[in-house]
Design a protein around this ligand. Structure first.
Ligand SMILES: Cc1cc2nc3c(=O)[nH]c(=O)nc-3n(C[C@H](O)[C@H](O)[C@H](O)COP(=O)(O)OP(=O)(O)OC[C@H]3O[C@@H](n4cnc5c(N)ncnc54)[C@H](O)[C@@H]3O)c2cc1C
Ligand code: SF4
Length: 521
């Protein structure tokens, strides 16, 4: 592994997940030296555990957080409202690989949806057209099925239930993909063998993750210094307001400082906002990039919810890819349904222990036991929809509580908007209709508390007063500080976020490389 001197001004990236791993790889392939700080350790395929609860314990970011507001997490899991990963590769170890482009109208929600009271909806400073070349590159990089001539996966039973239900209920737009999971060997990674442990870390690397792909490739260039177990605690700046160093605690708990030419923050939306807020100084008293008070605000995490039904015949939903495909008909913007924005419906399987934890506690006893006994007959559906950004749905630093490193823990406040409630109710009706269409006899609607898609705590804006970063993720107030992850999303869209995160990361890396080449950074 390359070792870069702590006094050598490098590009320093915080976080090795979808965003940080991608930016790092892109920069080192252009000859730029990168120090990649990752709070977690390296967990390789040999260590992945094919047991959902044990894998959850192994990979998940467990450091304490606090949830407040009227969202489900505040009551059902207030100390751990998010499901993200602390390890090399970040949440791409856990993710399901669904990789969709956003729709054109979702880049201009304020214009298309109008002024929705109680929201902070804003248009993106870029359009779908601006992002198209980067979506193309991202799909190629991730090996997304259904793009670039990459074949789709064979349909598993859970997907067939969704497909049949959709056809019988009169829906038409459905597909088994697009998935960042190799359907055949590609780019040095194996083809999927349908083991069904996608959430637990794919042992054969068929599922794209930065751990399996970008990071080993970046290390091979000899220009990446990956430092694991290293938690960035603040970003320092010089008198002119340029980011100058990143201070971090290394694996032995010792404070270290890496001199920086450029800093990219890619800690996943909550930790990214936390690092910016923790870096307050005399010049930037409310944190970096926070001159207009937007850091931490406009947090979104998608409208969610699951439905499981007992089918007339065995489905064995656990066999094959965990989330094998989606129904798109409800993803459109159509206010006649009583809400703005749209949602996807996705076939989804979960392991028995996780399912048991989702079932209504009041039904424990014969009712739930009977349902669990029919696990082999169950099919599952998941909703993923656009939730409304609100200025007060935000990440702040807890006033009193500190984590094991002595850092103020992040507090995530969410009050659910009426539009989100209406969308969720519509989604529940739709999934019930789908289940009925294929003869499900016992249908359970469940609510998932843990936020897996985190967006919007450092949103991009054309004018500095409306956000934190520009369309390249560059902090308006600091020329060499970038935010690289989903924090920059002004709105959440109906689609799973990671393909867009990677596309934006590619666009950002091009811009950083070009500016460095011009001597502009
Ligand atoms: C179960 C599950 C299923 C999912 N399925 C899908 C899906 O099918 N499709 C989809 O689009 N998305 C999915 N997602 C979401 C997807 O994983 C994320 O959108 C994506 O990984 C976010 O990328 P990121 O780089 O912002 O953050 P991450 O990938 O989470 O990476 C952030 C990294 O930063 C590190 N870090 C944080 N703070 C610090 C610090 N201060 N110092 C050093 N390191 C730090 C963390 O340890 C972590 O490794 C899923 C997520 C989960 C949990
Ligand atoms: S189903 Fe495919 S992607 Fe998922 S864990 Fe198995 S081999 Fe990996």
């Amino acid at each position: 592994m390359t070792e870069i001197s702590k006094r050598d001004p490098a590009v320093v990236i915080i976080g090795s997940g979808a965003a940080g791993g991608t930016v790092a790889h892109e920069l080192v392939t252009r000859g730029i030296k990168v120090v990649l700080l990752e709070a977690g350790r390296e967990i390789g395929p040999a260590e992945f555990i094919q047991d959902d609860m044990a894998a959850f314990g192994q990979l998940t970011w467990m450091d304490k957080r606090r949830a407040t507001g009227n969202w489900l997490a505040a009551t059902s899991s207030p100390a751990m409202p998010l499901w993200t990963v602390k390890a090399v590769g970040g949440s791409t170890l856990h993710w399901n690989g669904l990789a969709y482009r956003m729709q054109a109208h979702e880049f201009e929600p304020r214009t298309r949806y109008g002024q929705v009271a109680g929201t902070s909806l804003a248009d993106w400073p870029i359009t779908l057209e601006d992002l198209l070349p980067f979506y193309e590159r991202a799909e190629d990089k991730l090996g997304v099925t259904g793009t670039h001539g990459i074949p789709r996966h064979p349909a598993n039973n859970n997907y067939r239930v969704l497909w049949n239900a959709a056809k019988r209920a009169g829906y038409g737009s459905i597909s088994n993909g697009n998935l960042a999971i190799n359907s055949e060997p590609r780019d040095g990674r194996a083809g999927c063998i349908q083991m069904g442990f996608c959430n637990q870390g794919c042992k054969i690397g068929a599922k794209w993750s930065t751990q399996a792909s970008e990071i080993p490739k970046a290390i091979a260039t000899g220009r990446l210094d990956l430092r694991t177990g290293c938690m960035a605690v603040r970003i320092e700046h010089d008198a002119s307001g340029r980011a100058s160093a990143v201070v971090y605690r290394d694996g032995n708990g010792v404070l270290q400082s890496q001199v920086a030419r450029v800093v990219c923050v890619a800690g996943n939306a909550v930790e990214t906002a936390r690092v910016l807020l923790l870096s307050d100084s005399g010049k930037f008293p409310s944190g970096l990039g926070n001159g207009w008070g937007h850091v931490g605000r406009h947090y979104t995490h998608h409208v969610g919810g699951g439905t499981f039904g007992v089918m007339p015949k065995p489905v064995n939903m656990h066999r094959g890819i965990s989330v094998p495909g989606s129904l798109f008909d409800e993803a459109r913007h159509d206010e006649t349904r009583g809400f703005v924005g749209g949602y996807l419906i996705q076939a989804m399987s979960v392991a028995p222990s996780f399912l048991a934890s989702l079932l209504d506690a009041e039904d424990w006893g014969e009712r739930n036991a009977d349902f669990m006994e029919k696990y082999d007959h169950l099919a599952g559906l998941l909703i993923c929809g656009e939730d409304m950004p609100r200025a007060d749905n935000r990440v702040t630093l807890d006033r009193e509580e500190l984590d094991a490193l002595g850092l103020r823990i992040p507090c995530i406040h969410v009050d659910v908007h009426e539009n989100d409630r209406r969308m969720e109710a519509h989604g529940r009706l739709t999934t019930q209709v789908l289940m009925d269409a294929v003869g499900a006899v016992d249908v359970r609607q469940v609510r998932t508390a843990l936020a897996t898609h985190n967006m919007g705590t450092a949103r991009m804006s054309r004018r500095p007063e409306d956000g934190v970063v520009d369309s390249f993720g560059r902090v308006h107030e600091m020329p060499n500080l970038f935010v690289s992850d989903g924090s920059v999303f002004p709105s959440s869209s109906a689609e799973n976020p990671t393909l867009t995160i990677v596309a934006l990361a590619l666009r950002q890396a091009d811009s950083i490389a070009e500016r460095l080449g011009r001597g502009d950074l």
